[in-house]
Structure formats: structure tokens, C-alpha cells
Design a protein around this ligand. Sequence first.
Ligand SMILES: C[S@@+](CC[C@H](N)C(=O)[O-])C[C@H]1O[C@@H](n2cnc3c(N)ncnc32)[C@H](O)[C@@H]1O
Length: 255
Amino acid sequence: MKKISKLFVCLGLILLVSILSMTAISADVDKANIVASLGSDSIYQYKTPHSSDGIGKFYMGREIAQVMGHQGAGWLERPSREAEESPSKLISELELKPTDIVADIGAGTGYFSFKIAPLLTSGKVLAVDIQPKMIEILELLKQEKKISNVETVLGSVSNPNLPESSVDLALMVDAYHEFDYPREMMQNIVKALKPNGRVVLAEYKGEDPFIAIKKLHKMTQKQVKKEMEAVGLTWQQTKQNLPQQHLMFFQKSSQ
Ligand SMILES: C[S@@+](CC[C@H](N)C(=O)[O-])C[C@H]1O[C@@H](n2cnc3c(N)ncnc32)[C@H](O)[C@@H]1O
């Protein structure tokens, strides 16, 4: 009798152990499935080793560049910029209307914001940046230049913090390739655009090896189009008459 009850206890224990280990195995399988689905569905990939100019995060085959710190403010304001990059030509290509609301996203020191603002006699520039130091510089220059229709906006890495359907043109000069969350940023920028609103990107020509800018701080036209189309924007045209940058125009749909 004792032998039989011992046998039952042993069988019970074996059954319990196998139920527990099956649960553990199925939990492991679930975990593996979650990891696999994250890996394949996620819009970003992380790789090491990676470029010393990048953040090791990849989007649609492109490594995202490191953000240029506020220590680079002097370089943005360099007097030779006009001769090197023709920013005045860039601005005239935008064909701005005096009533336009322009968001200068990744405004830095406001090099473009302050040149554009006087053209918007009944409009304004929303100068967005994620670095509080850049916003401080923008505010100082705004006072110094006595320009009232530039408003500074502190954005986050995934959201420019602009009101919905409020912007005619979102301009990004040498900034988009630095966005840590390009998909989320662009989705929020599209929300902030009015119907038929425009997005213009100026990026150093990635196809041209003679442009002396670090690889991750340049973009090819093909890559820019792919990334803008991923958020529903329609390519309109590319102006190729700037010495170093592509000037690429996109439009939001009318709804
Ligand atoms: C190379 S600077 C260009 C500044 C300016 N557009 C110009 O051409 O003089 C890039 C700027 O983009 C800003 N930036 C990077 N990621 C950003 C983001 N997610 N949202 C807004 N600004 C961002 C950086 O802080 C930096 O000031």
C-alpha cells in the first residue's frame, strides 16, 4: 500500500515538473515570437559597429547622423556661407507669399528664419529646435535684429510641437538627417501642415563625393524621396541650382 502511494506521489511530481517546464518553454517561445516580430516590424534598426558620425540607429537603410551641438553656432553663421551655399538663392526658390506661416524646423541659430521673416509681411516664422541653447541664441538674435515675426518653439526629438493644420511651409535646411525619430517627426510635421501645405528639404548632395561634408550629413535624392513618401507626401520637384545642396519640394494632399 505504502509502495503504491509513493508511486502516486512520484507520478504527481513528474506531472507537475513537466507542466511547469512546458509553461516555461511556451513562455520562451512567446518571448522569441515577440522579439522576432519587433525586429521585423520595427521601423528602426540598431547596429554596431557603426559610423563615428552616426548614432548607430538606422532608418530605411540610412544611419541617422549625430546632432550638431550648439557649439557649431559660429559655423552656421560664418560669413563665407553665402558664397559657399547661396542661401539667398535657396530662399528665392521658395516663392514665399507675404501671408505664409513658415516652420523652420531645426532652425539652429535662425540663419534662415531671420532672412525669411522680412518677406512675410503679414505672416511669420516658427523657428523650431530641440536644443534649449539654440533657442536662447535665437531669442538673443531676435532682440538684436529687432524682428518681431519670428517665434521660437522648443521641440522634442519626435515632435516639433506645432499646432495642427497651421503651417504653409515646413522648411528643413541641413537638419532632417539628424532627426533621431524621422518617421514620428515627419508624421507630426504633416499634421501641422495646412491642406496642400509644402515641405522643403535642403540636404547636401549625397551623390557627389566632391562635396566636403561628412557622409551621414549628406543625403541622396532617392533616399529623401523614399522617406518622404513613407509619410504620404508627394514629391513635386527638385531644384539643382544650389552649389552643394538638393532643394527638394514635397506636398501634403488636399484633405
Ligand atoms: C546643422 S544644424 C542646421 C541649422 C539651420 N537649419 C541652418 O541651416 O543654419 C541642425 C539643427 O537641427 C536641430 N535638430 C536636430 N534634431 C532635431 C529635431 N528632431 N527637431 C528639431 N530640431 C532638430 C539641431 O539641434 C541643430 O540646431
